[in-house]
Design a protein around this ligand. Structure first.
Ligand code: B12
Ligand code: SF4
Length: 450
């Protein structure tokens, strides 16, 4: 069979599709699905962020996933393909947490990891049948990770990679060490999807991917993990194995990394340049509301200083508009981020992803304001705030974003520069100036900055 794998983009409020010509990384999902596909089938992939989806593409099966507000677009594309007689399979995080709703738009839905069921789904569709919702009865063993063809990363621009040193610094090659997260944060789709399970790959298998990437000339990596340090001993083993590879890497992780000196030291020595860390809130009560009590705001300054001293840049992820937040919270958060010399920040308004505990709580309280999942980005008032009006919350979200990326704030945060890696600091400075421009030009797209 011929299989068309699609990663959709989403629509902006004016109805246009969000497109871009450059991106700093690429998901692994489509090449990974290709690696799981029996070789007798042909696979063609498209990421709609860069390329147009061809609704008349000659194929037998279309596989579509979605990451957030892309779900609306995924459903629309699925309906359009089915109207043209194609069989459609939907999968991925969002689909897995809303399988029945997704099945209304597909011939088959895969809940959870596709690894153990993808082949069966394809066989069934080839035989003209479908069981509807497919769910593996167990998580995969991480040592069985398939070999992904890195030459086919959908968002890697090979011409630019060969010709531009700036692009080589900008593009981060994706790889994975762990899956899942054991923490209970109630708004988090990852812990809901993985049911708080956590697994890590054997370091030697990750190192094989690192060497493949290096053979292509890549030396900047992005761990797609949500929390690679959840099992500190496994993470220490992984970081130690990375040291001789002399790469630079970035990842997401929890602030807990700052509280284990050996782990932090190994991360820095293995080439960790930056970490996206969900600090989420300076208010312990707001953190408790979303079951993120392991974050201790009283220790944030000290924790961040430790990371900075190791030359690791922290990209702070902050939720604003939680239940114990009021208009003063925004100003306090801004001051804190500037004082801590945070190089980049992403602000999030609360987003009740279907399938999460937070969604169920907000639904039971009658506080969900938006039914259209196509609007579920991080810059919308999806939940009725408690201590301000939705308009006030959105206004403050925008003002805080603008103030953080104002020239005055950039100057304060970048002076004095952090120790080591001056080129890296320059890169972050450029990213700040670009975000400053983006915020002025595209206010409608703030909720989807990634
Ligand atoms: C890389 C990544 C990105 C990249 C690349 C996106 C791209 N277009 O290439 C960037 C940074 C751009 C990004 C952006 C966004 N992302 Co993103 N992203 C990820 C990340 C970190 C890794 C995905 C990945 O490659 N994993 C490795 C592969 C191998 O695993 P996998 O994708 O899980 O796939 C397996 C299964 O899930 C399943 N599966 C997945 N898709 C499909 C599809 C089919 C057809 C089938 C059969 C099976 C299947 O089978 C696979 C094999 O087992 C995940 C976090 C995570 N834990 O997954 C978030 C994640 C998917 N992103 C998320 C979100 C919300 C977004 C944004 C919408 C955020 C925003 N700012 O608005 C944007 C959307 C941008 C866009 N238009 O594409 C959420 C989704 C939440 C949800 N409820 O669905 C996640 C889970 C992060 C999170 N912590 O909440 N993202
Ligand atoms: S620590 Fe991060 S990945 Fe883990 S459950 Fe909380 S938000 Fe999700």
């Amino acid at each position: 069979m011929r299989i068309y794998l699609v990663s959709p983009t989403h629509r902006l409020p004016d109805g246009s599709l969000l497109k871009t010509t450059r991106y700093w990384t690429s998901a692994l999902t489509l090449p990974y699905l290709e690696a799981l596909t029996p070789k007798r089938h042909e696979v063609v992939m498209v990421d709609e962020l860069f390329s147009d989806v061809d609704l008349d593409f000659e194929c037998d099966v279309v596989g579509i996933g979605a990451m957030g507000p892309q779900i609306r677009r995924a459903y629309d594309l699925a309906d359009a393909f089915r109207a043209r007689g194609k069989k459609v399979v939907l999968g991925g995080t969002w689909v897995s947490l809303a399988p029945e709703a997704s099945l209304a738009h597909a011939d088959a839905v895969i809940v959870g990891e596709a690894d153990l069921v993808w082949k069966t789904v394809l066989e069934d569709l080839e035989a003209g049948k479908s069981r509807g919702i497919y769910r593996a009865d167990r998580w995969i063993e991480m040592r069985d990770w398939p070999t992904v063809d890195y030459a086919k990363l959908p968002l890697l621009k090979w011409d630019a990679f060969r010709t531009s040193a700036a692009y080589r610094m900008y593009f981060h090659w994706p790889l994975v060490f762990s899956r899942g997260c054991p923490h209970p944060c109630s708004y988090c789709a990852v812990q809901a999807y993985y049911e708080r399970s956590y697994r890590t790959r054997p370091p030697e298998s990750v190192i094989e991917d690192v060497r493949t990437i290096k053979r292509y000339g890549g030396e900047r990596l992005l761990f797609l993990d949500d929390n690679p340090v959840a099992h500190p001993d496994a993470a220490k083993e992984m970081f130690a194995a990375l040291i001789p590879e002399k790469v630079r890497w970035a990842s997401q992780c929890t602030i807990n990394i700052a509280r284990d000196p050996e782990l932090l030291d190994l991360a820095a020595r293995s080439g960790c340049m930056s970490l996206s860390i969900g600090l989420e809130s300076l208010d312990a009560e707001s953190l408790a509301d979303v079951d993120k009590k392991f974050n201790k705001p009283s220790r944030f300054q000290e924790d961040l200083a430790k990371l900075r001293a190791k030359g690791i840049r922290v990209i702070a992820l902050m939720m604003v508009g939680l239940d114990h937040d009021d208009p003063r919270t925004f100003e306090r958060t801004l001051r804190f981020l500037i004082d801590a010399k945070i190089p980049l920040v992403k602000f999030f308004t609360p987003c009740p992803y279907p399938g999460t505990e937070y969604h169920d709580e907000m639904k039971a309280a009658g506080r969900i304001r938006e039914a259209d999942w196509g609007r579920y980005d991080y810059g919308a008032a999806l939940v009725e705030p408690l201590s301000m009006t939705p308009e006030e919350m959105l206004g403050l979200f925008q003002t805080t974003y603008k103030k953080f990326y104002s020239l005055g704030s950039i100057a304060k945060r970048f002076w004095p520069p952090p120790p080591g890696h001056p080129l890296e600091t320059l890169g972050y400075l450029v990213a700040n100036l670009k975000t400053n421009r983006f915020l002025a030009k595209r206010p409608e797209a703030w909720g989807t900055i990634s």
